[in-house]
Design a protein around this ligand. Structure first.
Ligand code: ACO
Length: 206
């Protein structure tokens, strides 16, 4: 049994751990990274710090452990601007830009460090119809029992309540399970680049 609740600051370490343990296209990425925090710095931490009203977690009622999360923002462009001012600068001091290392030779840590220095921007064509975005990750024990749908419903309601007219997300091209989940929930493919697929969902009034 699971409880779904708003995320709290004390959940930060669990969010970073779940991010790492689902970070290889939905599979455990622990063995891929030297620094166990680097993925969370990009895909989990900024949401808890700068969009806490749109961060929800699953708590296992037996163990009390947090076993999943959904993290979103209603206005991606505003969020990106906030991160440029407040989130990335201290991380850039910690993680050097691997600009001198040829792209093909970069380690997984260096590829994420590159994102810290050059965070990708959602294209305007996507933001026009789908200004919100999200990330969702559940540990294996929490998957497949309806908790992903429950987390999505909670976040999508919150985004709708904040006035977002649509939401987009990026998913690894090889993560076909998550792609099937998003399609089942009504998302449609917006674009496909090598390694990644972008999906969008229009948020209609309830
Ligand atoms: N194809 C078709 N339908 C699917 C699929 C699929 N691959 N997966 C789930 N569904 C359906 C279910 O049958 C269910 O249908 P119903 O509610 O109509 O009966 C519905 O989707 C909800 O399924 P849940 O059991 O809630 O899915 P789950 O709890 O496993 O959550 C998720 C899905 C989030 C992908 C989870 O498995 C997970 O966290 N995986 C590992 C991490 C991951 O890949 N995260 C996505 C990264 S991309 C990003 O964050 C933007």
């Amino acid at each position: 049994m699971f409880t779904l609740r708003p995320a709290r600051e004390t959940d930060r370490a669990a969010l970073y751990r779940i991010c790492l343990e689902t970070g290889a296209s939905g599979q455990d990425a622990t063995h891929l990274y030297t620094d166990p925090l680097i993925l969370g710095h990009v895909y989990a931490g900024p949401y808890l710090t700068h969009a806490p009203g749109f961060a929800f977690v699953l708590e296992d009622q037996g163990s009390g452990e947090v076993t999943g999360y959904v993290l979103g923002v209603p206005d991606t462009a505003a969020f990106e601007a906030t991160l440029d001012r407040e989130w990335w600068p201290p991380l850039r001091e910690l993680y050097p830009d691997p600009a001198g290392v040829p792209r093909a030779d970069r380690t997984p840590d260096e590829r994420i460090a590159h994102l810290i220095h050059w965070p990708p921007r959602a294209p305007q064509a996507v933001l026009t119809g789908y200004p919100a975005h999200l990330h969702i990750d559940l540990l294996p024990a929490a998957q497949g029992g309806g908790q992903g749908r429950a987390l999505m419903t909670t976040l999508l309601d919150a985004l709708r309540g904040a006035g977002a007219r649509g939401v987009h997300l990026g998913v690894g091209e090889s993560n076909t399970r998550a792609q099937g989940f998003y399609q089942h929930l009504g998302f449609r493919e917006l674009s496909r680049a090598p390694g990644a697929v972008t999906y969008g969902l229009t948020l209609t009034a309830p």
